[in-house]
Structures are given as structure tokens and as C-alpha cells.
Design a binder for this molecule. Structure first.
Ligand SMILES: NC(=O)c1ccc[n+]([C@@H]2O[C@H](COP(=O)([O-])OP(=O)(O)OC[C@H]3O[C@@H](n4cnc5c(N)ncnc54)[C@H](O)[C@@H]3O)[C@@H](O)[C@H]2O)c1
Length: 210
């Protein structure tokens, strides 16, 4: 986990910089105006959300209400984040809607709460079946969620483990279809190499497109 946060931050800064230099047609993103949504608050998403919340306004979104209820009480049953650490960043109100971008973590299972974010980090599960075939349903569903609130200039980062080509072929088209926006022209996306490496280790028989 320790390498995940710095890599995401690096990717995110790189993308913001690229957008500033290459894509002048739409609104450029000021790093000080960063508003992050973490989609999926499990082993990967929660620690990421907590670390980013120490510097930025972060909305932690999960479809499971019991998970949100538990975290709102300041307790992480997975023990990935110490309760004290979690409690130190929790906010009672959505910082983007009511507190003018105050840093901290607001938890929700309501899609409307993420609509004003500009960086979306997807950390939903990518289970494999007994034949080691990946099930991309959570990724497709979360791409629909992000696509429905995506705006020009936004950045989408997929931290979930995916085989090479999956993000571009299965997720980005969903973002484009639901949002009506075009990748690289209107929004930027990224997948860390670590996510691809894990997928290759997990499913060595996959036909890989590079
Ligand atoms: N990037 C990395 O360094 C790294 C490291 C380890 C694992 N991973 C990958 O990250 C992904 C997540 O792993 P995990 O262990 O955190 O999974 P997890 O099962 O612990 O948590 C996933 C969370 O996503 C939520 N979720 C499912 N569908 C959703 C949706 N449509 N919208 C919002 N939330 C949704 C679930 O309720 C759950 O709380 C996996 O693909 C895993 O392989 C990445």
C-alpha cells in the first residue's frame, strides 16, 4: 500500500500538468482546486482516501451503505486504517458543496455528492472466476457512475487490477458513452503499471494487447 499513494499522486500531477500544456480548449485544473472522489472504499480505496484527505477535499464513495455507516463512526473493520487516523480526517459535511474546498474526507453512498469532483480514482474490486476469467462488472458499473458526473478537464485514474487493454477497451468507452465526452480531448484517464503487473501475474494465460 505504501507505494500506491505516491504513485497515484505522481500520475495525477502528471495528468494535470499534461492537460495544462496540451489541452488549452477546456478549463485547466489548478492543483489547489483539486477535488478528489475515491470510488470503492475497500483495502485499497480507504487508505488512499484518508491520505489524500490530509491535503485535499476528498469524497469517499461506496455502494455499500453498511461500509459507509461503519466508516462514518470512525471505525475500519478491515484494519487497513487505524481508527484514530480515520477519525482525524472525517468531515460531517460535503466539503465541496458547503465548506468551500476544506481538506478532509466526506463519506457517502449517494452519487450526487461526487458530482463536483475533478479527479476520480476508481478502486473497485476485479474478481476472477474459477477459470481465472476477470469479471469487469464492478469496473463497468463504477465507470457508469463516474461517466454520469464527468466534466471537461476531469481526470479518471483506475487503480483496480486490470489486464492491459481492459481500461481502454472496457472502461473508457463507458465513460465516453455516459458522459458524451471524448477521452484525451475532454478528459484524461490513467492506469498505474502496478495494476497491470498484478493482473499479468494473476492471469498469465490472458491474451495481452499492449
Ligand atoms: N493499485 C494498487 O496498488 C492495488 C493494490 C492492491 C489491489 N489493487 C486492486 O484494487 C482493487 C480493489 O481492491 P480491494 O482489495 O480494495 O477491494 P475490496 O473488495 O476490499 O473493496 C472494494 C470496495 O469497492 C466497493 N464497490 C464495489 N463496486 C462498486 C461500485 N460500482 N461503486 C462504488 N464502490 C463499489 C465495494 O463495496 C468495496 O467496499 C482490486 O482490483 C485490487 O486488485 C490495487
Amino acid at each position: 500500500m505504501c507505494f500506491l499513494f505516491p504513485f497515484s499522486l505522481f500520475l495525477f500531477k502528471t495528468n494535470v500538468k499534461k492537460q495544462r500544456t496540451k489541452n488549452t480548449k477546456h478549463k485547466t485544473m489548478n492543483i489547489k482546486e483539486t477535488k478528489i472522489a475515491v470510488i470503492g472504499l475497500g483495502y485499497v480505496g480507504l487508505p488512499l482516501a484518508v491520505e489524500f484527505a490530509k491535503k485535499y477535499p476528498v469524497i469517499g464513495f461506496d455502494i455499500k451503505k453498511p461500509r459507509i455507516d461503519e466508516l462514518e463512526k470512525g471505525h475500519d473493520s478491515t484494519k487497513e486504517v487505524e481508527d484514530e487516523n480515520l477519525q482525524g480526517v472525517l468531515l460531517k459535511d460535503n466539503p465541496i458543496l458547503v465548506n468551500n474546498g476544506q481538506k478532509g474526507l466526506y463519506l457517502t453512498y449517494g452519487k450526487l455528492d461526487i458530482q463536483d469532483c475533478n479527479v476520480y480514482i476508481v478502486t473497485v474490486p476485479t474478481p476472477i472466476d474459477k477459470n481465472k476469467k476477470p469479471d469487469l462488472t464492478p469496473l463497468v458499473k463504477s465507470s457508469e457512475t463516474v461517466g454520469s458526473v464527468l466534466r471537461k478537464g476531469d481526470v479518471v485514474i483506475y487503480e483496480s487490477t486490470v489486464y492491459p487493454g481492459a481500461t481502454e477497451e472496457d472502461c473508457v468507452p463507458v465513460l465516453e458513452k455516459v458522459s458524451g465526452l471524448k477521452m484525451n480531448k475532454d478528459f484524461t484517464w490513467a492506469t498505474p503499471p502496478s495494476a497491470l503487473t498484478r493482473a499479468i501475474r494473476r492471469t498469465p494465460s490472458l491474451p495481452l494487447k499492449r
